[in-house]
Design a protein. Structure first.
Length: 276
């Protein structure tokens, strides 16, 4: 068990959340104040890299939602901030240590599909890692998972299908597609976007993949949801900027928060397969 896991359990009197959520760029208003049980700054957690990017607060918040304990990572760290890729594994392993059964990863992403405009939500079916980085490179930690782990169901279909059903039941439009990761910090070039379209990409961003790789390594099931904040480079005349990302993520925040809250309320756990 990592040091941060022990700090979390001591601080929260051994609260063990069922569901963990990573909130991406511009997504900051998940819990209502009255539903918050504990809030822990990443500075108190020795294994957590500190985020430096606007829109990523850097705190672990535990709350109750539909009688379920949920922990939210308000902000994440990125490879482009200069963190060692291996350090990005620690927060996910902490979520595993404290008893989470399911991880919901969110991000802000650029669309590669003309019919999927800004403000859309996309459930991730798979990913393409073009970042050149993997947080699992180096000595394997056998206590969390094997040296070589399977990624054929990286975005757990059992939960993904439930999310799609819940979205449909609540009349909430939801795209499905493949997320592509570039390392950043610059936005991609039009030529790179053209290449990603050719190989089947649907959306592009600078996060998520490291966390998903680590979660799968330690048998923590994952679903991923992208908030589409812009068309990717070369698809519109608008110059890309992080400010646009934050503003458009904020505009779509109510939609993704409602989707996740409905999912948390109705999800059925697959205890037999992934997180024993």
């Amino acid at each position: 068990m990592l040091s941060s896991s022990k700090v979390f359990l001591e601080t929260t009197n051994n609260v063990k959340p069922e569901i963990a959520i990573i909130l991406g760029s511009g997504l900051t208003n998940f819990f209502k104040e009255q539903n918050i049980i504990h809030s822990i700054s990443y500075e108190q957690l020795p294994d957590f890299p500190q985020p430096t990017v606007k829109g990523h607060t850097g705190k672990l918040v535990v709350g109750e939602l539909h009688k379920r304990k949920v922990v939210c990572m308000y902000g994440r760290s990125h490879i482009y901030e200069g963190h060692e890729p291996q350090s990005l594994a620690n927060p996910i392993r902490v979520l595993k240590d404290i008893g989470c059964k399911l991880l919901i990863v969110t991000n802000a992403a650029g669309s590669l599909i003309q019919d999927m405009p800004s403000g859309s939500l996309m459930v991730i079916s798979d990913h393409i890692n073009w970042s050149g980085y993997n947080p699992l490179i180096g000595m394997n930690n056998d206590s969390y998972g094997p040296r070589f782990h399977d990624m054929s169901d990286g975005y757990h279909k059992f939960y993904r299908n439930q999310l799609k059903d819940i979205a449909k039941k609540n009349n909430q439009p939801l795209f499905e597609g493949i997320y592509c990761m570039y390392s950043g910090p610059n936005f991609e070039t039009p030529a790179e976007i053209h290449a990603l379209k050719i190989i089947g990409g649907s959306a592009v961003g600078m996060s998520t993949v490291p966390e998903v790789l680590v979660a799968n390594h330690c048998s923590l099931p994952v679903i991923g949801i992208s908030v589409i904040t812009n068309f990717a480079a070369g698809m519109s005349k608008i110059k890309l900027s992080h400010q646009e990302t934050l503003e458009n993520a904020s505009l779509a925040e109510e939609k993704i928060v409602n989707l996740i809250k409905n999912f948390v309320k109705d999800v059925k756990f697959d205890d037999s397969t992934r997180n024993n």
